[in-house]
Design a protein around this ligand. Structure first.
Ligand code: HAM
Length: 445
């Protein structure tokens, strides 16, 4: 039997309600901060990721899905969005239209990691990138946005971890200090960490091994050596988070797995999802645009793993949504009325949309958020009794009986399933009648 590729996951209809709810919330919150959505292709030239994320990182070194196309160009399925957003920002000269671009995205990503709970090879991220300002207000803003999304979902077991990596020149002196320190215990370091000593020394802090962490306990921390400007910005970020009542802790070991960061970095971890605990991560990358060939433009952003967030929701028993309802089920009493029932269903679906309350209507910059009037009927020629069973299982608001004696006098019977009331209505007027009945009983779509 053919199966989905290891590390990929089908999102089945039963799970879609939660995904849609999360995506709606993400769009709402980003829109309230005036971020605009951006979509970029699934694949890019490999060089884009190698140059931005860094040749020595795990993502570029081990995890990318890279292949040659028929023209022998090396392409890579995007492992993250920041590089793609920056590429699009430069290519379309977005800074010409406005000095500050606040962008958000929801997209699948691809990394060939070892699959486990919360770690997939195709996963989904939502995220935001603000390009064009060094202001620490934006560092705080992106942390507030993602915290707000997680908070609104109802998640409680969260910890915001914050660090500053300073600017690269302040990092160089520190790296020498750290190297001197670690060289003293070089023999005790794991093989991976010893390799990193020369290639990417800061990433040694990422080691999961207790023996490495024991050595790092007394290591000097970068945050104590960063430049004055980074320090001052970091103070502002902390003040703004305090003002917004966002609890955080300083984690001097938070170096992040991508090379483009400068100054503020952060992660939000959950205590409810096992070892892959980071729900999101991000930070400032003031040199990346220039590094990829654009005019020097500072940037800051984050990305959050949607599968991990939904796993945290499941484990914290939040985002427990009510069963989806349908609005009308048409029960066919006479088998020969199939075509009439089909026609009625088409018309009702066409013409009826639940008008939202005025204050819900134009929220989020989406022109119409009308919820479709959901109509279903029987395609399988089932008995009236079993059609009723289906109607009950579908949790319908109303049932419309078509056929029998009333039908011969030009009428159909409408039954309100929550009150049990039923009454005949004229077929020609049935659309208006059903609509009025539905609206007067409508409270929760
Ligand atoms: P990242 O830390 O590599 O950062 O990924 C962000 C989030 O994506 C992680 O915290 C995690 O929730 C999720 N994630 C990563 N890998 C996987 C995986 N294999 N399976 C499931 N979820 C995963 C970035 O991607 C940066 N682009 C963030 C950023 C944006 N920095 C600045 N702007």
């Amino acid at each position: 039997m053919l199966k989905a590729i290891t590390g990929t996951k089908d999102i089945l209809p039963t799970e879609m309600q939660k995904w849609n709810c999360l995506e709606k919330l993400v769009k709402e919150i980003f829109t309230s901060f005036n971020y605009k959505e951006i979509r970029t292709p699934i694949f890019e030239e490999t060089a884009l990721f190698a140059r931005s994320i860094g040749e020595e990182t795990d993502i570029v070194g081990k995890e990318m899905y890279t292949f040659l196309d028929k023209g022998q160009t090396s392409l890579t399925l995007k492992p993250e969005m920041t590089a793609s957003v920056v590429r699009a920002f430069i290519e379309h000269s977005l800074s010409k239209h406005q000095p500050l671009n606040k962008l958000f995205y929801i997209s699948p990503m691809f990394r060939q990691e070892k699959p486990q709970a919360g770690r997939l090879r195709q996963f989904h991220q939502f995220g935001g990138e603000a390009l064009g300002s060094t202001s620490p207000l934006l560092d705080a803003e992106i942390i507030i946005i993602v915290y707000k999304i997680l908070f609104k979902l109802g998640l409680k077991d969260l910890a915001v971890k914050l660090n500053s990596l300073g600017i690269p020149s302040s990092r160089e002196n520190y790296k020498n200090l750290l190297r001197d320190f670690l060289n003293n215990s070089k023999d005790k370091l794991s093989q991976d960490s010893r390799k990193r000593l020369d290639q990417n020394i800061l990433r040694i802090f990422d080691s999961k091994l207790e023996s490495d962490q024991e050595i790092l306990k007394d290591a000097p921390f970068l945050i104590d050596f960063i430049d004055e400007e980074s320090k001052a910005d970091f103070e502002i970020v902390k003040t703004l988070l305090n003002q917004s009542n966002i609890p955080f802790e300083i984690d001097p070991k938070l170096v992040r797995g991508l090379d483009y960061y400068t100054k503020t970095t952060f992660e939000i971890v959950s205590g409810k999802v096992g070892s892959q605990s980071a729900l999101c991560g991000g930070g400032r990358y003031d040199l990346l645009v220039e590094q990829l060939g654009g005019e020097p433009t500072p940037g800051v952003g984050f990305a959050a793993g949607m599968e991990r967030i939904l796993l945290a929701c499941e484990n914290e028993k939040v985002l427990d949504l009510p069963h989806e309802k349908i609005n009308l089920y048409i029960v066919k009493i006479d088998k020969n009325l199939s075509e009439k029932v089909f026609e009625l269903a088409i018309n009702l679906r066409d013409n009826y949309q639940i008008p939202l309350k005025e204050n819900e209507k134009y929220q989020n910059g989406v022109i119409s958020l009308n919820i479709p009037f959901k109509v279903e009927f029987d395609y399988l020629d089932r008995s009236v009794k079993s059609q009723m069973r289906v109607a009950n299982n579908l949790n319908t608001n109303f049932v419309l009986f078509v056929g029998g004696e009333e039908y011969n006098t030009g009428k159909v019977i409408l039954k309100n399933m929550s009150t049990g009331e039923q009454f005949p209505i004229a077929i020609e007027k049935c659309k208006d009648e059903i609509y009025n009945q539905f609206l007067s009983s409508y409270s929760d779509p």
